[in-house]
Ligand binder design. Structure first.
Ligand code: ATP
Length: 322
């Protein structure tokens, strides 16, 4: 069984380990506690040095280095099979690593105990375990696993499910179910929240509302590790993004600097007398002034744009795969 499938399981009562699968991937190594350990900076929420994980002969993660300071929204990007899930599962303590050093909230995840787990929030795809319970009952149930949970009603409100609080989980739409997943991820007031493809199935309005929730959590100091294939989502939310491919880091940067994006030429397009025209330029303002003079006023269909994060990402991944 995949270790992660344990998440969300477990009945009433018992410890947090019962539903987080805390024993999975544990080693006998003692937890490092706090302070600087082995030259690693424990002020960071996440520190990864030389992480390696292979499945048979295949190196899924191949010497990865990452540092995520506390309070940052950090997004992990990469094509299918890049090693994102493997990395995240190692950080969450669900998968053993083959090599390298990892600290999450100052603790080696392979030795993370239930106290450490209670400081993490993990939003996974729905397990469908609690279908017969109402939204309020599920959130309340999960609250009992944490030492100082948030108020269940407030969390339900925060994810926009107040109107559905008495609805059975099985009657929720896909997007509403995802909101419930998020509620379960934040009910324990986590210091570090893992969001794995959080807005899959959300309508555009729900996505924007969810982004506000993430910004709100970030403002209150929660560190967020976001895995997403939506580049606009990473651009909207992340302080920094890391692109990984083939289990290796391609680049880590702020969304506006990734791949030299801030130095990229602007594209100016407009409708000329003979049809649409497009020019790539380092000096778009000068060109627009020139065009304004030429047209003696409004330039028809004028558009000035720079490469989006998605354009840049596609170029980087394309170059890497050539
Ligand atoms: P996606 O975006 O598709 O979710 P990912 O970046 O999360 O991809 P991983 O799931 O970490 O990628 O997979 C990295 C590589 O490791 C892939 O080649 C995958 O086939 C392989 N892999 C992942 N889990 C296992 C496993 N349990 N057994 C064997 N190979 C695995």
């Amino acid at each position: 069984m995949d270790d992660r499938s344990l998440v969300g399981r477990g009945g009433s009562g018992g410890s947090i380990d019962r539903w987080t699968g805390a024993s999975a991937g544990r080693s006998s190594r003692p937890g490092p506690g706090t302070g600087t350990v082995d030259g690693m900076n424990d002020d960071s929420a996440i520190t990864v040095r030389g992480l390696r994980k292979s499945y048979g002969a295949h190196a899924a993660v191949d010497g990865l280095d990452l540092v995520v300071p506390r309070g940052e929204v950090f997004s992990l990007l990469g094509p299918n099979g890049a090693g994102k899930t493997t990395t995240i599962e190692i950080l969450e303590g669900y998968r053993r690593r083959d090599g390298g050093d990892v600290r999450v909230l100052g603790v080696d995840p392979s030795a993370g105990d239930s106290d450490w787990r209670s400081r993490l929030g993990i939003v996974l795809q729905s397990t469908g375990e609690f279908e017969e319970l109402t939204v309020a009952e599920v959130v309340d149930h999960f609250a009992h696993y944490y030492p100082s949970p948030d108020d269940a009603g407030a969390v339900i409100e925060r994810v926009g499910l107040t109107e559905k609080r008495r609805a059975r989980a099985k009657t929720l739409s896909g997007g509403q179910q995802r909101r419930l997943d998020v509620a379960l991820g934040i009910i324990g007031r986590p210091e570090l929240l893992f969001l794995d493809e959080p807005t899959t199935g959300f309508d555009p309005v729900a996505r924007r509302e969810f982004w506000e929730l993430v910004r709100d959590l970030a403002k209150s100091g929660t560190t967020i590790m976001l895995t997403t294939h939506y580049l606009d989502e990473a651009e909207a939310l992340a302080d920094r993004v890391a692109v990984i491919a083939g289990g290796q880091l391609v680049e880590v940067a702020t969304p506006d600097m990734l791949g030299g994006r801030h130095r990229a030429q602007a594209t100016v397009s407009w409708r000329g007398p003979d049809g649409p025209l497009t020019v790539a330029t380092d000096t778009p303002s000068a060109l627009v002034c020139e065009l304004t003079a030429q047209f003696a006023g409004e330039v028809p269909e004028l558009l000035v744009s720079r490469p989006t994060l998605e354009d840049t990402y596609l170029r980087m991944i394309g170059e890497g795969s050539r």
